[in-house]
Design a protein around this ligand. Structure first.
Ligand SMILES: NC(=O)C1=CN([C@@H]2O[C@H](COP(=O)(O)OP(=O)(O)OC[C@H]3O[C@@H](n4cnc5c(N)ncnc54)[C@H](OP(=O)(O)O)[C@@H]3O)[C@@H](O)[C@H]2O)C=CC1
Ligand SMILES: CC(C)=CCC[C@@H](C)[C@H]1CC[C@H]2C3=C(CC[C@]12C)[C@@]1(C)CCC(=O)C[C@@H]1CC3
Length: 334
């Protein structure tokens, strides 16, 4: 039977590499690239079809950072497919990243140097902003839009896979400020929230046949990392990065390598997976790719609280959305 796989943020980087790998794995697959920019989505589809000419590749217009777009896209998915085998929640942003050079050089000579290269702890901040739905943009894109999509598609779903990060950190997240309005580590906070949400979804939904997993792709050269340092600089320091890879296998560097754990999960039986583990894409000094589970720093009670708070926010957002739609209908009639 033809399997249906939807991937958000599939037009570039790790998402696009995953598409390539999945089509190589199963040429009968029906892949749906869920992207905000249809021109980029068309280009990605064309690239996939050059190497897999008979592949079934559909496109879906989806801006995960917009409530209206998520609701419309979900309607479209329900009309098109009667089952979704895998939903990869991969789209993500890190706006206005700032590297703290002082902290970086201090870190270089500390005993936490390997940890710093693996997680970027203490050296990276971002500047977030409100979006047109009145939500923090990073929270809305990396977490809430995906949550709303899951809620809309729940009866069709069986497997969820989140692209999280080694940068996800408990201390960057606060339940009192789950959107991270106050701090400057919105990316870290949103990724920690996605780890917690995955655990909560497993606790709430495994009995109904829905399974969620979390992966970390490692440090990968993509548009996201080119926002931190320009691509020519990354190319310049590539030999240094190969060297660092000997000490931390998290420097996967290419989107193909970064997609290792995403691909690996596609081949696993969901019952065999650990809901408390993050599955890491790793690349050894010699360039061998493998997947390794590592325990997440999460407790179940807190993840359930986050789940309830997201349900509350969902209610609020839906109410606002239907009021806006009603206002629009009234002014259209006038
Ligand atoms: N690169 C790295 O080192 C790491 C990346 N990650 C995570 O991997 C995931 C993929 O990122 P990566 O491949 O690196 O970077 P890219 O920027 O190449 O890919 C991000 C994808 O997400 C899409 N996207 C962003 N915002 C939205 C939105 N509002 N609606 C729909 N799609 C959107 C982008 O679309 P568009 O082209 O239109 O911008 C793009 O296709 C992210 O979740 C990121 O946080 C995690 C750890 C490390
Ligand atoms: C010599 C050398 C490799 C310098 C680069 C220093 C930093 C720019 C990187 C060190 C650790 C990196 C890292 C990320 C971005 C770039 C670094 C800060 C991420 C935050 C990218 C996005 C993620 O999700 C996790 C990555 C962790 C490691």
């Amino acid at each position: 039977m033809e399997r249906v796989v939807i991937i958000t943020g599939a037009n570039s980087g790790i998402g696009l590499a995953l598409c390539e790998r999945l089509l190589t794995e199963d040429s009968q697959l029906r892949l749906c690239l869920a992207c905000r920019n249809m021109q980029r989505a068309e280009a990605a589809r064309a690239a996939l079809l050059t190497s897999h000419s008979n592949a079934h590749v559909d496109l879906l217009q989806l801006d995960v950072g917009s409530v209206q777009s998520v609701l419309s896209a979900a309607q479209e998915v329900k009309a098109r497919y009667n089952r979704i085998d895998f939903l990869y929640l991969n789209a993500g942003i890190m706006p206005n990243p700032q590297l703290d050079l002082n902290a970086f050089f201090k870190g270089l000579f500390s005993r936490n140097v390997v940890r710093m290269f693996a997680t970027a702890e203490g050296i990276l901040t971002q500047q977030d902003r409100l979006n047109s739905d009145g939500l923090q943009e990073v929270f809305a894109t990396n977490l809430f839009g995906h949550f709303l999509l899951i809620r809309e598609l729940e009866p069709l779903l069986s497997r969820l896979v989140w692209t999280s990060s080694s940068n996800a950190r408990r201390s960057a997240f606060s339940m009192e400020d789950m959107q991270h309005r106050e701090g400057r580590e919105s990316y870290s906070s949103s990724k920690y929230a996605s780890d917690m949400l995955s655990l909560a979804l497993n606790r709430q939904k495994n009995s109904q046949g829905l399974f969620s997993s979390v992966i970390c792709p490692g440090l990968v050269m993509t548009n996201l990392t080119y926002g931190i340092l320009p691509s020519f600089f990354w190319t310049l320091i590539m030999p240094v990065m190969w060297l660092i890879r000997i000490f931390t296998n998290t420097f996967t560097l290419t989107p193909h390598n970064g997609a290792e754990a995403l691909h690996w999960l596609f081949l696993q039986n969901p019952e065999s997976l650990d809901p408390r583990a993050k599955y890491h894409s790793l690349t050894s000094g010699l360039g061998t790719n493998y997947t390794q589970p590592r325990q997440m720093d999460i407790d179940e009670g807190t993840s359930d609280v986050l789940y309830s708070k997201l349900l509350e926010l969902e209610k609020e957002v839906r109410r606002k959305q239907s009021e806006e739609n009603a206002d629009e209908e009234i002014s259209a009639v006038k």
